[in-house]
Design a protein around this ligand. Structure first.
Ligand code: SF4
Length: 126
């Protein structure tokens, strides 16, 4: 599992060689990690503490999204979180629920494209 630049070290229990400043990090995640705005000091914004009330969660997520909005690697981060897929936290300006929606749309689009691609073959065979 790849750890995000904004994940608190204690929460992730990251082995030293895999942590945000570890030597293996860039190889595993690509150079976009080094430009992440959230590497600095916003670690607490991106992941929910346990038993977080809904209003507090919404407020925290909006604050995290504002950080993402000024991040130069928002696209790379978002694609990473979608491809993994990452089940928790705000990544690339999207919450986990929003990423699930994007993934569902992508799956639906892929199915439609496959269906459209196979339609002429079915018609020709029938
Ligand atoms: S887009 Fe957001 S979560 Fe991703 S690296 Fe940038 S600040 Fe961090």
């Amino acid at each position: 599992m790849l750890y995000p630049p904004h994940q608190p070290l204690q929460a992730a229990a990251i082995p030293p060689q895999r942590g945000p400043a570890g030597p293996a990090r860039e190889d595993e995640s690509g150079p976009w990690h080094t430009e992440a705005v959230c590497r600095r000091d916003e670690a607490g914004l991106f992941f929910a503490p346990s038993k977080e009330p809904t209003a507090a969660r919404l407020s925290r997520e909006e604050a995290a999204k504002r950080v993402c909005a000024r991040c130069p690697v928002v696209i790379e981060c978002r694609e990473h979180a979608l491809l993994q897929p990452e089940p928790y936290g705000v990544w690339g300006g999207l919450t986990a629920a929003e990423r699930r929606v994007v993934l569902a749309r992508r799956r639906r689009r892929e199915m439609e494209l496959k269906k459209a691609a196979s339609a002429p073959r079915i018609a020709a065979a029938g």
